[in-house]
Design a protein around this ligand. Structure first.
Ligand code: BEZ
Length: 253
């Protein structure tokens, strides 16, 4: 996984929709009072709090110290800890593991799924949603096109996320010992906040693409990518990102 510095303030102001959309996948989790649940990639803690409302006991982990600090401040009654999701060290501790908008950041998927498998009690469930095959392709294509037009294509890293197909992820789950109960891939066009929504999105999430560029070059590629996207992705004063979600429910048998 690329080294990402999460700007938790920008995230809170511009990208809270990540948690808002996550409320939908909570229905698949169907948390019950008395259960022990782990939220992997808990971010600012909003969904952990929603899970706790069901009467379950929740723990949240995230790789970002900034996010964990904000989560603790937002929800002091929940246990949050900074941890690498691909090296979890729990043993048969949870009835369910939940995750929203996190798995696509993780390179070591076998480490992730093995750690979750060991963390679950027998019969426990993994419910997760993240970017699937084709996710944000218009945005990565626009960054590539902008880099090409500016002669910077050899120094821009595009597609550093993991956006698997249904078949690929079902295989990974099975190889890690899970039985897949449900797996869906669906379009979820996602509104970005404000006139500068696409600019903020690229600045927050796609910075790894520009690690080999100086600040001026990165800004030139970003600005050009935004103007390439504008005719097709900015409508009635709103930016729309072409999100595709992979949603899974898998059981430790
Ligand atoms: C997503 O939730 O699909 C996503 C968010 C940030 C970067 C890439 C994908």
């Amino acid at each position: 996984m690329p080294e990402i510095h999460w700007d938790s303030k920008l995230y809170n102001e511009q990208h809270r929709f990540v948690s808002d959309y996550g409320a939908d996948v909570l229905q698949w989790l169907d948390a019950k009072a008395g259960e022990n649940i782990l939220d992997v990639g808990c971010g600012t803690g909003d969904l952990a709090d929603k899970i706790q409302e069901s009467g379950a006991t929740v723990s949240g982990v995230d790789a970002s110290a900034d996010m964990i600090a904000l989560a603790k401040q937002n929800y002091p009654t929940i246990h949050f800890e900074q941890k690498d999701a691909s090296a979890l060290d729990y043993r048969k501790a949870f009835d369910a593991v939940f995750s929203n908008a996190t798995f696509h950041w993780i390179e070591n998927q076998r480490g992730l799924l093995t750690g979750i498998y060991k963390a679950l009690k027998h019969g426990g469930r993994l419910v997760a949603e993240f970017g699937g095959k084709g996710n944000v392709k218009s945005i990565t294509d626009a960054i590539d096109q902008a880099a090409h037009q500016l002669g910077l294509e050899h120094r821009v890293i595009s597609n550093f996320w993991f956006f698997p197909s249904i078949a690929h992820y079902a295989n990974l789950l099975e190889a890690s010992g899970f039985e897949t109960e449900q797996i869906w891939l669906f379009d979820r066009p996602t509104k970005l906040v404000g006139d500068d929504g696409m600019l903020h999105w690229i600045n927050q999430f796609a910075q790894h693409a520009f690690v080999n560029l100086n600040e001026e070059e990165a800004k030139a590629v970003t600005d050009l990518a935004v103007s390439i996207l504008k005719p097709t992705h900015f409508e009635n004063g709103e930016w729309i990102a072409d999100y595709k979600r992979l949603r899974i429910k898998a059981i430790k048998k």
